[in-house]
Design a binder for this molecule. Structure first.
Ligand SMILES: [Zn+2]
Length: 247
C-alpha cells in the first residue's frame, strides 16, 4: 500500500518542477555567458528606475544560483529590456492579461539576442515591487526557463502578489539550464533543427493571463501543465485564486 503512495508521490512531485522552453529544448543556446543586457528607455527617470529593478533581479538570480548569467551594460548590447506604451500592437499579446514578454531571436544553433518588452499600460507594472517580479520572471525566460508548475516559483505563469524571493525550483531550473548550455558550448553542439536556419528567427514566449479563470484556461492552451487529474487541477485553481497575472 505505501509503495503505491510512493509511486503516486513520485509521479506528482516530478510533475511539479521547472520547465525549459521549447526552443532551448530543441537545441538553441547562448554561445557564451554572461550575456550583456541593458535598459532602453527615453525617459531618464523611468530608465533609472527600471535599471535599478533589473540590476536587483540579476543580482538575485546570480547570488542564489552562484552563476554569472547577465552582465548589465550601459551600451553596446542588442539584449534589451524596454517599457512599451503600445504593447498590444507591438507584441500582438493581450494587453489585459500579459505583463511582459520575452522574445528570443535565434541564428544558427544559437540565441542571437533577447528582448524583454514590458507592458507599460498594465496596472500591475505601475507597482515597483510587482515590476521587479515581472523582470525577474522575464530574465528567467531569457535563460531558457519556461513556466514552472511550482506555484511559489517566480517562473510560475502567474504573478505572485506576495513574492518573497526565488524559490529553490527557480534556482534548480536556472542551474540546469546553465549546465546544459555549458555542455553544449564545450561540445560545440549544433541542433539538427538549426541546419536549415541560417537566417535570424524569432520566438516569443506565449505567456500567462490575468486572474484565476483566465490563467487556468491560458495554462491549458499553452500546454504548460500535464497534471495527474482533476484533484490536482482543482488544487491549482485554488492556488491561482491567490495569484494575479504575470507573463
Ligand atoms: Zn512568462
Amino acid at each position: 500500500m505505501w509503495l503505491k503512495w510512493i509511486i503516486i508521490f513520485s509521479f506528482t512531485s516530478s510533475a511539479w518542477a521547472f520547465r525549459l522552453t521549447s526552443d532551448f529544448t530543441n537545441g538553441f543556446y547562448w554561445s557564451t555567458l554572461p550575456i550583456n543586457i541593458t535598459v532602453l528607455e527615453a525617459d531618464p527617470a523611468r530608465k533609472s528606475m527600471i535599471e535599478d529593478l533589473a540590476k536587483a533581479a540579476i543580482d538575485e538570480w546570480q547570488t542564489r544560483s552562484g552563476l554569472s548569467l547577465w552582465d548589465y551594460a550601459d551600451t553596446g548590447t542588442k539584449n534589451i529590456i524596454r517599457w512599451s506604451t503600445n504593447f498590444a500592437s507591438e507584441t500582438r499579446m493581450d494587453p489585459e492579461s500579459t505583463l511582459a514578454v520575452a522574445i528570443r531571436y535565434t541564428k544558427g544553433p544559437y540565441f542571437a539576442r533577447t528582448e524583454i518588452v514590458i507592458n507599460g499600460g498594465h496596472s500591475l507594472n505601475q507597482n515597483q515591487a510587482n515590476l521587479r517580479t515581472t523582470i525577474t520572471h522575464e530574465l528567467g525566460h531569457t535563460m531558457g526557463l519556461d513556466h514552472s508548475e511550482v506555484g511559489q516559483a517566480v517562473m510560475a505563469p502567474t504573478l505572485q502578489a506576495w513574492y518573497n524571493g526565488l524559490h529553490s525550483d527557480d534556482v534548480q531550473g536556472v542551474q540546469a539550464a546553465q549546465a546544459e548550455m555549458d555542455h553544449r558550448q564545450v561540445t560545440g553542439y549544433v541542433s539538427p533543427l538549426s541546419y536549415d536556419s541560417g537566417a535570424s528567427q524569432t520566438q516569443a514566449l506565449n505567456c500567462g493571463t490575468v486572474g484565476p479563470v483566465a490563467a487556468t484556461s491560458g495554462v491549458s492552451v499553452n500546454g504548460m501543465l500535464s497534471l495527474a487529474g482533476g484533484l490536482l487541477i482543482s488544487f491549482v485553481r485554488k492556488i491561482l485564486k491567490w495569484f494575479k497575472s504575470r507573463c
